[in-house]
Design a protein around this ligand. Structure first.
Ligand code: B3K
Ligand code: ZN
Length: 880
């Protein structure tokens, strides 16, 4: 197999969607579980669509078929055919029962899709991953999300080796079998698509909690993990309870089974999976304790626990008709999770974090060869479409709709959406229709957002007319051609805005003879529109796109003093930060272009003043003191030279540190570092966040003076946030103490996989040329393996996707090395290989030498036999 082109016959198109010719009313599955060889007997009651006269075709990948029968009779070999992932059966009628028996080999499954082994053959446990198309690796089935079936699952296994047997749904009996074996049965009362099937079997420990839903159901919440980490599951349990309450209060959604199981595994391709009643989590998003978990990771655990739980309604009760609708569940669930996290923590900080992620991960995707609409029109490998566009941009689209309808209107719309689509496989049209109908508003124009790739640029210009006392704001939008869409249409762009006077106060908005409050939303739905505001005695400073009201790139030619005014006075926490980011970008541009110092001075002086403001939230201050990242800065350039970007950004931060001054930084650091009892509350987290930032600035200003502080912080840290921050500073500045600290950390956390991942990651992020040799040496560490996705991400991912100046070496050695590793990884785990390959995104915009080297590495890769996953990514990268 080589990289395929768009014409490949394996391309699946939204336009070709057809309702299933065959459905499965009920599936009775009996597993005889074993590490090396598992056997599965499946009994499917079939329903035929009378309008379609199609033979019965079921999906099945790599299955060893042991027996097959139809309506109680064994099938003769000429009555069925199994080839190329499809089992075709002759003679099936509406109401027929198909029985198959297959053998699976879990321990040999390194792709971690279908049924596989987590951990060692001796001590590990069995589990499944089915989304998107893993179920076809387990049994023959119409493996598509619009086939909803009733599942009865019986698990049988050796009791000593597999004391715990779990599947989705409610428990329905358990008992002993001869020869030390036992069984357990589960019945799911809610029809579900095959991608939500799950089982887990092995030696696991648990923690439990009784929960009563708002509508009165008694639910047993159980979190499972291997024995050595069960003590680290309590935070997740608390977060789960908070999420369940929040969904009852905010959306009126109650849980609907008697049990809710959550299982942690160290071997997982992504974050977590929302299987009905049996969520499975990458341990990274479930385990938490102060000694091994940073504050950011604590918040991620809370967010992912909530995300998967929220899927029970937005995803499971209402699922997707086809995989093109993926954002129907993912964008919506990310949005619900973002709302929840904002409510649990700080709304402005959460917004800043989410927009920063959008800019770092989604904007580059939308601007490069992997660009696709939130609802793609075609794909080759669906697992490649679990992207920042589908998730993060998808969430922004829901946010725009929610903003348009207001809090109560959105709730009304969501109630209708759930009521109309419960138990169905729905489309994005169904979603917009329900929201719109419940509010008497036609939301159809927003569908264009789902179909069009690329980030719109929003150009804003203001004109003040002293005679008329009016201010005219002219907005224009433009989306560059791309992703096979030469002509982009104007989209509805809600622009939330306020006007500021020169004293920093918000001005009342007089528009179209109406006076509104000091904040309004105007919607640009044409290529260009003007909005006039009256009764203004002075030219105002506009605060535009407040709260980041649409996922666009805003361009407004602010003067530095205008940005400084917004940075000081904007009550919208997001826009306040944004003003600082804009100022930082101007300062960066000035440094790069060798221009006069004004912009650097404007930025650093404004921040130096805020540094003294004791009323400012330390966490917000930490974010304000952080200029846009290297990936974001590269997005604004052509002929990208990542080494130069890194150097300029360091220089910029050094200038900031100089302006604030070593004494002020040092003093603030000592205050922040004063001993305090470890706590996870917002104030404590904010203090640690600022402490880290101040230490980093100090290290830039005077590495030698900062080193003992970092060393002391490392040694005295009472939690991972402080410890890792200090280690990072020591490593990045090549401090003499770095080697000792690394050795100490390596030994201290030798048995803690998640902490060890951070040890690999911190070294993979060493800037510049030396990083590659470091990474290569770390590949020889006995703890490194290509078989574990978290470890691959921590070393290879942190380097290739998170360390631009390290990966993009001028000599191209980073590219060649990655291409080689991708081939090896692809043979084990195509999903993880494909994700890692996105590190090449943006290669066409590199400066010529790097571009040529990247292209050569990609060409060499494309010439190899690759999985469909990796072939699609590489093929897209090389598309014109
Ligand atoms: N739905 C899963 C992702 C499945 C990815 C399949 N390659 C997790 C989530 O988004 O909640
Ligand atoms: Zn999700």
């Amino acid at each position: 197999m080589t990289a395929r082109t768009e014409q490949s016959p394996s391309t699946i198109r939204l336009a070709d969607y057809r309702a299933p010719a065959w459905r499965v009313e009920s599936a009775e599955l009996v597993f005889d579980l074993d590490i090396e060889s598992t056997e599965l007997q499946a009994r499917l009651r079939l329903r035929a669509d009378p309008a379609q006269h199609e033979p019965l075709r079921l999906d099945g990948e790599g299955l060893e078929l042991l027996a097959i029968g139809l309506d109680g009779q064994p099938l003769a070999p000429d009555h069925y055919r199994y080839a190329d992932g499809v089992l075709q059966v002759e003679g099936a009628r509406d109401g027929s029962v198909l029985e198959t028996r297959v053998r699976l080999r879990p321990a040999a499954n390194t792709a971690l899709e279908g049924l596989y082994l987590s951990g060692s053959r001796e001590a590990g446990f069995l589990l499944t991953q089915c989304e998107a198309q893993g179920f076809r690796h387990i049994t023959f089935f119409p493996d598509r999300p619009d086939v909803l079936s009733n599942y009865t699952v019986t698990l049988r296994a050796d009791r000593a080796r597999f004391p715990v047997l779990l599947a989705g749904g409610n428990p329905d009996g358990a008992g002993e079998l001869p020869d030390g074996r036992h069984w357990a049965r589960f019945v799911d009362p809610h029809p579900k698509p095959s991608y939500l099937f799950a089982l887990v079997a092995g030696r696991l420990e648990r923690i439990e909690r009784d929960y009563r839903t708002a509508d009165g159901r008694a639910v047993k919440l159980v979190i499972w993990s291997e024995a050595n980490v069960i003590d680290r599951c309590h935070y997740a349990m608390d977060a789960l309870e908070r999420a369940m309450r929040w969904d009852e209060e905010t959306y009126g959604r109650n849980y609907d089974l008697d049990v809710f199981h959550v299982v942690a595994t160290h071997d997982f391709n992504m974050g977590a999976m929302e299987n009905k009643g049996l969520n499975i989590f990458n341990a990274k998003y479930l385990l938490a304790d102060p000694d091994s978990t940073t504050d950011d990771e604590y918040r991620a655990v809370e967010a992912v626990i909530a995300h998967e739980y929220f899927h029970n309604w937005s995803g499971n009760r209402v699922t997707c008709r086809d995989w093109f609708q993926l954002s129907l569940k993912e964008g919506l669930t990310v949005f619900r999770e973002q709302q929840f996290s904002a409510d649990m923590n700080s709304p402005p900080l959460k917004r800043i974090e989410d927009v920063a992620l959008l800019r770092r991960a989604q904007f580059p995707e939308d601007a490069g060869p992997l660009a696709h609409p939130v609802r793609p029109a075609q794909y080759s490998e669906i697992n490649n479409f679990y992207t920042a566009t589908v998730y993060e941009k998808g969430s922004e689209l829901v946010r725009m709709l929610a903003g348009r309808l207001g809090r109560e209107g959105f709730r009304r719309g969501m109630d209708r959406y759930f009521a109309q689509n419960d138990g169905r496989a729905a489309t994005l049209e169904d979603f917009l229709a329900a929201l719109g109908e419940a509010n008497g508003i036609d939301l159809a124009p927003y569908l264009a957002w789902y179909a069009q790739a690329g980030t719109p640029r929003l150009h804003a210009g203001g004109h003040y007319d002293a005679g008329q006392r009016s201010y005219t704001l002219t907005l224009q939008q433009h989306t560059a051609p791309g992703a096979g869409q030469p002509d982009k249409r104007p989209l509805p762009i809600p622009v939330k805005l306020a006007l500021f006077g020169s004293d920093g106060r918000m001005l009342p908005l007089h528009m179209d003879g109406q006076t509104s409050e000091t904040e309004a939303v105007v919607v640009l739905d044409q290529a260009r529109q003007s909005f006039v505001f009256g009764q203004l005695d002075q030219p105002p400073v506009p605060s535009l796109l407040r709260g980041f009201s649409a996922p666009v790139i805003l361009q407004y030619d602010y003067r530095p003093d205008e940005l400084a005014l917004l940075l000081m006075h904007d009550a919208d926490g997001f826009n306040r930060w944004e003003a600082g980011q804009q100022l930082a970008q101007r300062a960066y541009d000035a440094l790069r272009d060798g221009a006069a110092d004004d912009a650097v001075r404007a930025w650093s002086e404004a921040l130096a003043a805020l540094f003294q403001d004791s009323a400012l939230d330390p966490a917000l201050l930490a974010d304000l003191l952080t200029p846009p990242g290297e990936i974001e800065l590269a997005e604004r350039e052509t002929g990208v030279d990542p080494a130069r970007i890194h150097a300029l950004r360091q220089q910029l931060q050094r200038r900031l540190a100089e302006r604030i001054g070593a004494a002020a930084l040092r003093q603030r650091y000592e205050v922040l570092a004063a001993p305090a009892a470890f706590a996870l509350d917002a104030a404590s987290q904010a203090r640690r966040r600022l402490k880290r930032r101040v230490l980093e600035l100090l290290a830039l200003l005077d590495p030698e003076a900062a080193q003992p502080l970092a060393q002391r912080q490392y040694e005295q840290a009472d939690g991972m946030t402080d410890r890792l921050a200090a280690l990072g500073v020591l490593v990045r500045h090549a401090a003499p103490a770095a080697a000792d600290a690394l050795a100490h950390y390596r030994a201290r956390y030798a048995d803690n996989a998640l902490a060890l991942d951070k040890w690999f990651a911190v070294q993979a992020q060493l800037p510049g040329e030396p990083a590659l040799a470091h990474v290569q040496a770390l590949e020889d560490d006995p703890a490194f393996t290509l078989k574990n996705p978290n470890r691959v991400q921590s070393l290879l991912g942190s380097f290739a996707r998170g360390n631009p100046s390290g990966f993009h070496r001028a000599d191209g050695a980073g590219y060649r090395w990655l291409a080689q590793r991708l081939v090896a990884l692809d043979a084990l785990n195509p999903q993880v290989a494909a994700r890692l390959a996105t590190a090449f995104n943006g290669w066409q915009r590199l400066e010529p030498a790097r571009r040529a080297a990247a292209r050569a590495a990609l060409d060499a890769l494309a010439a190899q036999p690759l999985s469909r996953n990796l072939a699609e990514i590489v093929g897209n990268m090389l598309k014109d």
